[in-house]
Design a protein around this ligand. Sequence first.
Ligand code: G1P
Length: 268
Amino acid sequence: MKSIRKAVIPAAGFGTRFLPATKAQPKELLPIGDTPAMQYIVKEALDSGIEEILIITGRSKRAIEDHFDSSVELEELLQKQGKNKQLAMVKDLADIKIHFIRQKSPRGLGDAVLCAKAFIGDEPFAVLLGDDIVYNPEKPCLQQLMDCYEQHPGIILGAQFVPNEKVSSYGIVSGEPLADNLYRVHGLVEKPSVDKAPSNLAVLGRYILTPDIFDILENTKPGVGNEVQLTDALAASKTDTYALAYEGVRYDTGDKLGYLKATVEYAL
Ligand code: G1P
């Protein structure tokens, strides 16, 4: 069995829910405390044992590349001023092995993941969505999915139960319980109305995928919102699929209230 070494972080979305803040600035760099949201996601991947990361960007997202690049002038200045702690901080960021590719037009999450095809090749991989920050000081969320994959090699979806009024915001699982917090997935629906939702178990921002998903994505027609949906490709996959109700407090930082909550609770 191949282990999970690579992670993909889609970050090409416009962030319309945060306009005007996100007109010229990527939503992924909005700070939670003193740290951009994207940095928490990258840290979670590294803490889980991921070796290489691909961030899918788009137009007006260049600042994400700059954030993880070295900044010679800044490093020289910090050195001159003897600000060693800050110097180490910015150098550490530049040392992370991150690759970037641009999604040419915003055609949806499925299309963004498809941009990772050449980078991934023929191995299972992780996907972390930049809007979903999961706080778990004991075991990173992605690590929980990776451990699950060791027992159940296949597609693993990171999920949690959400209240009725939220099901229409997420990909919803239809499945049966297999073990504590683990479900075998029989079907998936993207953003169903509450009366059509098969359950309250929502896919929330973390995935372990197998490389056969790329062929499916290539043939997936636009779905909800006229976008190529990752959920639709997953629903069409023949690979064994599991949903793990992961442990941790999850913040939807793509949403104003979720972002505020994350900011306050991380500060505390
Ligand atoms: C995406 C996915 C959806 C998932 C959600 C939260 O939707 O399409 O299935 O439940 O992320 O992780 P978005 O929030 O980008 O509209």
